[in-house]
Design a binder for this molecule. Sequence first.
Ligand code: PRP
Ligand code: URA
Length: 217
Amino acid sequence: MGQVIQSSHPLIQHKLTLLRNKDTEPKKFRQLIREVAILLTYEATADLTLADVPVETPLARTMGKELSERIGLVPILRAGLGMVEGIWELMPSAEVWHIGLYRDHKTLQPVEYYNKLPVHPRVQLCLILDPMLATGGSVEATIDILKRWGAKRIKVVAIIAAPEGIKRVVAAHPDVDIHVAAIDDHLTPEPLSPDDPPAGYIVPGLGDAGDRQFGTG
Ligand code: PRP
Ligand code: URA
């Protein structure tokens, strides 16, 4: 059975507040996304399996440990891209497989536009990376894609989630762990006036994670 794990780590919570700040400029924003992704992944990988391995130190031969699972990092384009580099430095032998999805502005449904997964999975654990889990449609669709591909063990690493999205992903995929820095209050409803924000944004959230990283929007 999967779990929803909300981190209470002080470093993550401190950096999350800087990410939320509307005055944080793109360079700093990208750095924070990278750092929070590393810290969340540190927590999300605490149960990786290890195998015994002999090692020679300068003084003696002893037994050590090595990871026995291959890991696939699966960033959802484009906002998930900013989470990859730092995590990859922690685990340089991980494979990186990109999934391209965007949310249709009207329906909020995910639309797939890029997927180059190899024919068969070569990894034992897939970590889906996306800073925002809003309606949950993008993460649900990515898990569907990975399961159809044959992935057996999947975890989601997101930075901010909405309760609606968590509920949807847990209902569709109860076997998948979801690691987040925060579960926020709600999603914006359909706008009633031109001054209202568009529907489907996380409140309080941090705005548009793609636009804030890439300086667009
Ligand atoms: C954002 C975000 C997620 C998705 C979350 O991407 O990075 O992928 O929305 O929304 P959902 O939970 O309602 O599916 P977006 O579609 O804006 O594309 P982008 O990353 O290319 O900006
Ligand atoms: N995508 C974002 O980038 N931000 C949100 O609040 C919701 C979806």
